[in-house]
Design a protein. Structure first.
Length: 219
């Protein structure tokens, strides 16, 4: 009984100390100040295990399907390339400024397909990785996974050729300009038909272009 009381007291003290640290603001949350190494290792293990457990039962389709790859090429170029880059592409403001740094395109090609699909669909909290499943049906997400599986050994010319041969940013409705290099862009995503995965009243929905009309990108 004495041992139990001691453990309870220690647990309460730990909670009080943790609350004091949080309330004091001593922990730096800025993206330009890296986590403590111990914090980073804990978060990395938690991320890896969380994804692995949830992706374990996902059935992977035939990722060699040419149409699936073609679909993924256009959507990757429009939605992913700004952060994850492409063969011979220079770093961007986002790829440099995000923390943790987003994995480069060549690392994405080595990712387990089921885990890549899960991350694309659900995103990762506090990392800058969106949950694309809010606006894309599964078949389009698998298209991006299929395209990323082609990355090992891909040249810049091969990348450009596959993107040019694609339908660009196209996933059944709800497309908006997310800053990618889409040669097919030009449609009004604000008036496009919504995907079945996108809630009608989404509190995280992107504001309309009119709301950004006075937001000049000038620095």
């Amino acid at each position: 009984m004495k041992l139990l009381k001691t453990l309870v007291v220690l647990a309460l003290l730990g909670m009080v100390m943790a609350a004091a640290v949080i309330w004091s603001g001593v922990y730096h949350v800025g993206a330009d100040d890296p986590h403590w190494s111990a914090t980073y290792r804990v978060l990395e293990v938690a991320r890896q295990r969380s994804i692995a457990v949830r992706a374990a039962d996902i059935e992977v389709p035939d990722l060699s399907d040419a149409e699936l790859i073609r679909s993924g090429a256009g959507n990757y170029s429009a939605m992913c390339v700004t952060c994850h880059l492409s063969p011979d592409a220079a770093e961007t403001e986002l790829s440099i400024g995000l923390y943790p740094r987003p994995p480069r395109w060549d690392a994405l090609g080595q990712t387990d397909p089921a885990e890549a699909f899960w991350v694309l669909k659900h995103g990762i909290k506090a990392s800058g990785m969106p949950a694309w499943g809010k606006s894309m049906d599964d078949r389009y997400l698998w298209g991006m996974v299929a395209f990323m599986q082609q990355f090992p050994g891909m040249t810049a010319a091969q990348y450009s050729a596959q993107v040019s041969a694609s339908d660009g940013h196209s996933h059944g409705g709800g497309e908006t300009d997310v800053g990618g290099d889409d040669p097919h862009a030009g449609h009004d995503g604000a008036n496009a038909e919504r995907s079945s995965f996108e809630p009608v009243d989404d509190p995280m929905a992107t504001p309309s272009r009119e709301e950004h009309s006075d937001d000049g990108h000038d620095h």
